[in-house]
Design a protein around this ligand. Structure first.
Ligand SMILES: [Zn+2]
Length: 290
């Protein structure tokens, strides 16, 4: 009896452990942060590390990033805690087509009726639920609900609503359609250039050399750094809070430092650091194998 049950229990146990490993996500991705105003009509509505931004206009609101499949209730709660209506979300944008930034899009699009606008090169990934990803096509952890795109964006396109205009900069490499968003905010009579970095990171396992699924990946990263190095930046933001040290800046803001998110030097240092990391990885992968 025991001899028969034991292998079954063991395989069930292994299955559960395996599922937990596959579903392992950092607590910082789901731990909420009280929503707050960053500058002008720009608000933070994400979690500790998965950033989501709300731009509030008289004609409705723009949401950047829908995050995990489990994130929409957190984002909705944050929007409502600020006194805004979730149903006023008219346009939904993303940083790039990975499940930690776009898995909630299908739900948010259906619930709010927002128009989903995505950079052309990420559209096949988003509409296939991750199955067209150049690196993670067969990785179930990276799959997410396939979501219909309502409007296809191209490099340099603008998205305007109620007097606010965002510009979509194609900064590919991390995904083929990684998008860095820029906009200007007015704060105390001063114009502040906001940059929301899409991702400059080379993930573990990314092939930068002889990548059959994405032959121009290294050239795309180089182009991305060229673009990011040129963008004027006062307020430095990004797809993950860790890029721009969200939590400590938020603490400073709470303690009365109204300029906590103004960090042009931090932006430059971060981009330089990520560019060096990319160049180092490219060099390592280009070295002749012995
Ligand atoms: Zn990513």
């Amino acid at each position: 009896m025991t001899a028969r049950i034991f292998p079954r229990l063991l395989s069930a146990f292994i299955l559960i452990i395996g599922m937990q490993l596959a579903a392992e996500i950092p607590a910082s991705w789901t731990t909420p942060v009280p929503p707050f105003r960053i500058a002008g009509n720009l608000y933070y509505v994400g979690s500790q590390d998965l950033a989501a931004y709300l731009i509030v206009t008289p004609q409705g609101n723009i949401l950047i990033n829908s995050n995990l499949q489990s994130s929409p209730p957190q984002i909705k709660k944050s929007i409502e805690a600020l006194g805004f209506k979730y149903s006023d979300t008219k346009i939904l944008l993303i940083s790039h087509g990975h499940y930690d930034h776009c898995a909630g899009s299908d739900e948010i699009r259906r619930e709010t009726g927002a128009k989903y606008e995505v950079m052309a090169q990420d559209v096949p990934v988003v509409e296939s639920g991750g199955h067209n990803d150049f690196n993670y096509a067969s990785d179930k952890t990276f799959s997410f609900p396939a979501t219909k795109v309502d409007h296809i964006l191209h490099d340099g396109d603008t998205v305007s609503l109620g007097g606010t205009t965002l510009t979509a900069h194609l900064t590919a490499g991390h995904t083929r359609g990684t998008t860095t968003w820029t906009l200007d905010e007015k704060e105390n009579g001063r114009t502040l250039h906001v940059v929301i970095v899409g991702s400059p990171n080379v993930n573990p396992g990314y092939k930068l050399v002889n990548n059959k699924a994405y032959p121009q990946i290294a050239a795309d990263y180089r182009h991305e750094f060229e673009v990011l190095n040129k963008l004027p930046c006062d307020i430095f933001l990004g797809a993950h809070g860790a890029y721009f040290d969200l939590l400590s800046k938020h603490d400073r803001l709470k303690n009365g430092d109204k300029n906590a998110f103004i960090d042009p030097a931090g932006y430059k240092a971060y981009i330089a650091d990520r560019e060096q990391a990319f160049e180092n990885e490219l060099k390592k992968q280009s070295a002749p194998k012995r």
